[in-house]
Design a protein around this ligand. Structure first.
Ligand code: ZN
Ligand code: ZN
Length: 140
């Protein structure tokens, strides 16, 4: 019986390695985005260069996407199937200003505005800042 991480790697045509399984497992266990530092803290024995390369591979294979939530640390989140279907449709992200968690709002799409002639899109991002459910209940 293959686990979810292994199945996902195979599905995306990524060679299965122990390192990749561990990193992917971390993402599957969380429902929010992780920064490189978060991952390093979870896997303290892992080699930083290997980790970084793993994340790059996952990004290239549309398994992870990069989020710039304005907190300086770039974060990575798992892609839903729909990530690779149409790259021009992107989803917004939510950033909790109290605990710093960032998550995908995958059920909503934002469409890329029409650009002037000869302009090209590099990336589009929409970050919603606020409080997550845990943090807003603590504020009461
Ligand atoms: Zn929070
Ligand atoms: Zn996302």
């Amino acid at each position: 019986m293959k686990n979810d991480a292994e199945q996902l790697l195979l599905q995306k045509n990524i060679k299965v390695t122990a390192n990749r399984l561990l990193v992917l497992d971390l993402f599957l266990q969380r429902d929010y985005a992780l920064s490189l530092t978060d991952i390093e803290n979870e896997l303290p024995w892992a080699d930083k260069t290997t980790l970084f390369r793993t994340l790059k591979t996952f990004q290239q294979k549309a398994l992870l996407h990069l989020i710039d939530d304005g907190s300086k640390a770039h974060k990575y989140a798992l892609c839903s199937d729909h990530c690779e279907i149409d790259r021009h449709l992107v989803h917004p992200h939510f950033h909790c200003q109290n605990c710093g968690k960032t998550l995908c709002l995958t059920r909503q799409d934002i469409s890329v505005p029409v650009l002037p002639e000869n302009y090209t899109v590099q990336s589009v991002s929409l970050i919603v800042n606020g409080l997550c459910s845990t943090c807003s209940s603590q504020q009461l």
